[in-house]
Design a protein around this ligand. Structure first.
Ligand SMILES: C[S@@+](CC[C@H](N)C(=O)[O-])C[C@H]1O[C@@H](n2cnc3c(N)ncnc32)[C@H](O)[C@@H]1O
Length: 245
C-alpha cells in the first residue's frame, strides 16, 4: 500500500480538486472576513492548494502568501490568472517555513486537521504565532467533530447513485488518536477513482488550549463565515485567535 505523507492528498486530488470543490461553501463571505482581518497587511494561507480562497483574496488587494506540501496543487494555482504572482513555499505547514511577519495567518476547509498528530498541530500553532506580527490574527475554519456517525469505529456513506457514477465514502475511526482515515470512491464505467484523506481532528476546546500554549488568545468563534453564532448545533466553526500586541 502507498505510504501516506503530507503531499499525498494533494498529489492524488489535484486534477479534479476544482471540479469537486471549486464552488464549495460561501466563498464571498469567507474572502470578506479574511480581507477584513488582513486589514491591509500581509496574509499567509496554510495549505493554499489551487487557490480557491487565496486568488479571490489577492484580487481584493491583499498580499497573500502560501504554503503547501503538494507541488501538483500549486501547479494548478500557478496556471490560473493571477496565480503566478502569489509566492508559495512547497513544504510542510507544521514548520511554517515562511518569513514573517504576517498580520493574518489562516487555514480553512478542515486543512488544519490534515496535520496527523496532536504534536504536529501544537507545533504548527507555535510556528504560526512566531510569524504573526503583534496584534496579528490566526483564523482556523474546521468541522466540529461528530463521532456519533461511526458504528464499530467505521462508516460507509453512499454520497450519490447515478446512471454514470456511484460515489461512496469509506471511513475508519481511531478514537485514541482522534483520527479518521477516509477514502472517497468514485466508480464509473471508465474505472474507479480513490482519494484518501487522513484527518486528526480536535474539538474546539483542544484547539483553544493549543492556541494558549502558543501564546495566542481566543478572540471570536462563529458558526460560519457569515458570523452566525456558534452553538451546540454548529457543524463548523470559524475561530479567530489573536497574538497579544
Ligand atoms: C482540503 S485542501 C484545501 C485547499 C485550499 N485551502 C482550499 O480551501 O480550497 C488541503 C490542502 O492542504 C495541503 N496540505 C495537506 N497537508 C499539508 C501539510 N502538512 N503541509 C502543507 N500543506 C498540506 C494539501 O496539499 C491541499 O492542497
Amino acid at each position: 500500500m502507498t505510504e501516506y505523507g503530507p503531499e499525498t492528498y494533494g498529489e492524488r486530488v489535484a486534477d479534479v480538486y476544482d471540479t469537486w470543490y471549486g464552488d464549495l461553501g460561501d466563498a464571498g463571505a469567507e474572502v470578506a472576513v479574511l480581507a477584513e482581518l488582513a486589514a491591509g497587511g500581509r496574509a499567509l494561507e496554510l495549505g493554499i492548494g489551487t487557490g480557491r480562497v487565496a486568488l479571490p483574496l489577492a484580487a481584493r488587494g491583499v498580499e497573500v502568501h502560501g504554503i503547501d506540501a503538494s507541488a501538483a496543487m500549486v501547479e494548478r494555482l500557478r496556471a490560473k490568472p493571477g496565480g503566478g504572482a502569489i509566492p508559495v513555499t512547497i513544504g510542510d505547514m507544521t514548520e511554517v517555513g515562511v518569513e514573517g511577519p504576517f498580520r493574518l495567518v489562516f487555514v480553512v476547509f478542515n486543512t488544519f486537521f490534515m496535520l496527523p498528530s496532536q504534536e504536529a498541530q501544537v507545533r504548527c500553532m507555535a510556528n504560526v504565532a512566531s510569524v504573526l506580527e503583534p496584534g496579528g490574527r490566526f483564523l482556523l475554519h474546521a468541522f466540529v467533530p461528530d463521532v456519533s456517525r461511526f458504528r464499530d469505529d467505521q462508516e460507509l456513506t453512499v454520497r450519490s447513485v447515478g446512471v454514470d457514477e456511484v460515489r461512496l465514502d469509506a471511513s475508519r475511526y481511531d478514537p485514541h488518536l482522534q483520527r479518521v482515515d477516509s477514502t472517497q470512491i468514485r466508480i464509473t464505467e471508465a474505472g474507479t477513482r480513490l482519494v484518501h484523506t487522513r484527518l486528526r481532528f480536535a474539538y474546539p476546546p483542544e484547539l483553544d488550549l493549543m492556541a494558549r500554549l502558543a501564546g495566542l488568545e481566543p478572540e471570536s468563534r462563529w458558526g460560519s463565515f457569515r458570523r452566525e453564532p456558534f452553538t451546540a448545533d454548529s457543524a463548523f466553526h470559524v475561530t479567530v485567535y489573536r497574538k497579544p500586541a
